[in-house]
Design a protein around this ligand. Structure first.
Ligand SMILES: Nc1ncnc2c1ncn2[C@@H]1O[C@H](COP(=O)(O)OP(=O)(O)OP(=O)(O)O)[C@@H](O)[C@H]1O
Length: 623
């Protein structure tokens, strides 16, 4: 069998890797810094005290030179490593992954420079001595976008060597590509270097020309990880971390949570957002790998429920993807994500258990997050019962507080906002405690709380719960309005809605609607009524028969309803009944059908005609 190699069109590969792998040309600087840092790491493995410096030098004509005090390259290295795409000195041949101490591993990083440069010109001298102990000769390697390269060994008197200042190391010079000059401008270089390399442990500096013409180094890196700095006390640390969050993330945190996951070589801080965000928000975290910024948009380090924190992390054990803009989804990342989630969760539990101002503020701002978490986490649910506020007919309160208010009675909850609206006004006046379960997560949360905390006496409200809030009329009054009720029922028969009259508070409320389209509640109430012989049974029977899906329950305490029941004008009575029906449907939060809108318009027209027709002349006369 004869082995043949792929024929590769270099121009295509260079273009593909340089321009389609990375999301922005800005990463060119990160790749150059990374090569410098790795070269320095390799050199320090040879000679402990070797200098650790990277100089960024803007060139006249718009180019940029990046000089490092690293291991350097021999001509053979350059031929093998720089001129072979995908070849890296930093890969672990046995394990396939990148070697622990280095940032790079794929052997493609240098190509990213072609996003901003037409030519990469590298001068280098290897720190490793030759076979006879002699100093390695300096080399010059020039690579072009079309895949050509030139490699020369430099004579000791070659002026190109001057840049190395007689020491080992490398100088990479970029000749700007047309239209990409701004990526190489000094301010841009400083901003990129600070963003990517601000936390690097090596000395990265930009060369700047001072007013007197002399050159100076503006240091851009070397900061200790902010969470690793030794502060005089906890308060000073809190202030420093808060101000770091302002600079790096753009907000003053409500709290900060230290995180450490040894298996991933990970340390950092999770900052709690000071304001609420939608639960659908995808959280972006700032992740460093071996203190080089991977990306400020990493989404994979926390579980989705932790949308209320933003992390700044540094990890040595996690692996980057080839574009180095995200993390490779391996078992270690999975374990790290779980551990980080656990850490944030533990903070939530500790904070809520301890109480105090941070806990109060957290519940106030991030109650949605807490509800989301309580849905999937029993321990958080237990705490939520005593910390999370719910809206109810007796005001806002935690479930524990509301259960106390309900006393021996059941603590009811509705599964939707509409249901709550329908039931709330009447229940409030009766002192019945009903919790609004209509907001995001709440219905499911209340169901879970009801099942896990039976001591709360929490139960979903059904139609007969509403029935219990309404008083029967005196028999005399029943008789009095009998004919009127029959007429009213006839009016709404074509709406498939029954009419009943009860007396309840508040008197301003003319009617409530029981909407029981699936009929389940009605059947349950009916069955209950059939087996009970007390007065409730009768009321329930009254409410559930005939079993039309909707029942409009008029309030005999309302002046409007009393007037309606008393009127002898059939047209007005019909129109008023229909418009009362439609407004009650609306007030219940139910959608209006086209037929109902028509009904409303016709009824209102008639009522207005009657009202205006009677008044128009007298109004004039009154003036
Ligand atoms: N400044 C430098 N000093 C010494 N060697 C270098 C330098 N820059 C590049 N090299 C060598 O060239 C090789 C290829 O570099 P390149 O940036 O393309 O890939 P890499 O850093 O190995 O991996 P990655 O694709 O993950 O960045 C490196 O492995 C390294 O051996």
């Amino acid at each position: 069998m004869s082995g043949e190699s792929f024929q590769v069109d270099l121009r295509g590969v260079v273009d593909l890797l340089a321009r389609h792998l990375y999301s922005s040309p800005r990463v060119y600087l990160r790749e150059l810094l990374q090569n410098g840092v790795d070269a320095i790491t390799a050199r320090r493995a040879l000679a402990e005290g070797a200098p650790e410096r990277i100089d960024l030098r803007p060139l006249p004509g718009g180019g940029l030179e990046v000089c490092d005090t690293g291991i350097g390259l021999t001509a053979a290295d350059a031929r093998e490593l720089l001129a072979t795409i995908g070849r890296s000195s930093k890969r672990d041949a046995d394990l396939g992954g990148g070697r622990e101490e280095f940032l790079g591993q794929f052997g493609i990083g240098l190509l990213s420079a072609f996003m901003v440069a037409d030519e990469i010109d590298l001068v280098s001298r290897c720190a490793r001595p030759g076979p006879e102990g002699q100093r390695s000769p300096a080399i010059r390697w020039r690579g072009f976008t079309d895949g050509r390269y030139e490699l020369t060994e430099l004579a000791d008197d070659d002026p190109a060597i001057a840049v190395l200042e007689g020491a080992p190391g490398s100088a990479v010079r970029l000749v700007p590509r047309r239209d990409a000059e701004h990526w190489l401008a000094p301010d841009m270089v400083a901003a990129l270097a600070e963003d990517f390399g601000g936390l690097l442990p090596v000395d990265v500096a930009l060369e700047v020309r001072l007013d007197d013409g002399s050159l100076a180094r503006r240091r851009l890196s070397g900061d200790e990880l902010p969470w690793r700095v030794a502060y005089p006390n906890d308060a000073a640390r809190t202030v420093a971390l808060a101000s770091y969050s302002e600079r790096a993330l753009g907000f003053t945190p409500l709290a900060s949570i230290d995180v450490e996951i040894p298996i991933a070589g990970l340390t950092g801080v999770a900052f709690v957002l000071p304001a609420a965000v939608a639960p659908t928000t995808v959280a972006h975290h700032r992740v460093y790998l071996k203190r080089m910024l991977l990306s400020s948009g990493v989404t994979q380090v926390l579980p989705p429920w932790a949308f209320f924190v933003r992390c700044v992390l540094d990890a040595s054990g996690l692996r980057p993807t080839a574009s180095r803009e995200g993390l490779y989804e391996d078992d270690l990342l999975l374990a790290a994500r779980e551990a980080l989630g656990e850490r944030v969760r533990a903070w939530v539990l500790d904070t809520l258990t301890a109480g105090g101002p941070v806990a109060r503020r957290f519940v106030e701002v991030h109650h949605l997050a807490l509800r989301a978490l309580a849905l999937v986490d029993d321990e958080v649910l237990d705490l939520a019962v005593t910390t999370l506020p719910f809206e109810s007919t007796v005001g806002a309160g935690t479930l524990r507080e509301l259960a106390e208010r309900a006393g021996d009675a059941r603590l009811l909850f509705t599964r939707s906002l509409e249901e709550y609206r329908r039931i709330a006004a009447v229940a409030a006046h009766k002192g019945i405690v009903v919790v609004n379960g209509g907001y995001v997560y709440d219905a499911d949360l209340l169901e879970r709380a009801a099942a896990r905390h039976r001591e709360l006496g929490l139960a979903a409200a059904v139609a007969d719960d509403i029935a219990r809030t309404l008083d029967e009329l005196e028999p005399v009054r029943e008789l009095e309005i009998l004919d009127a009720v029959v007429a009213l029922r006839a009016t709404l028969a074509d709406q498939d809605c029954d009419i009943l009259v009860r007396r309840y508070d508040p008197p301003e409320l003319s009617a409530v609607l029981i909407d029981d389209r699936d009929g389940e509640h009605a059947r349950a109430a009916h069955a209950e009524a059939a087996t009970s012989d007390d007065v409730w049974g009768e009321i329930l029977t009254g409410l559930t028969e005939p079993a039309r899906p909707r029942r409009l329950i008029l309030n005999d305490a309302s002046a409007t309803v009393r007037a309606l029941l008393a009127t002898r004008d059939g047209d007005v009575r019909d129109a008023a009944t229909r418009s009362l029906y439609v407004t009650t449907v609306l007030a219940s939060g139910l959608p209006l059908q086209t037929a109902e809108v028509t009904l409303m318009n016709e009824s209102l027209s008639l009522l207005m005609e009657r009202a205006l027709g009677g008044d128009s002349t007298s109004t004039k006369d009154d003036r």
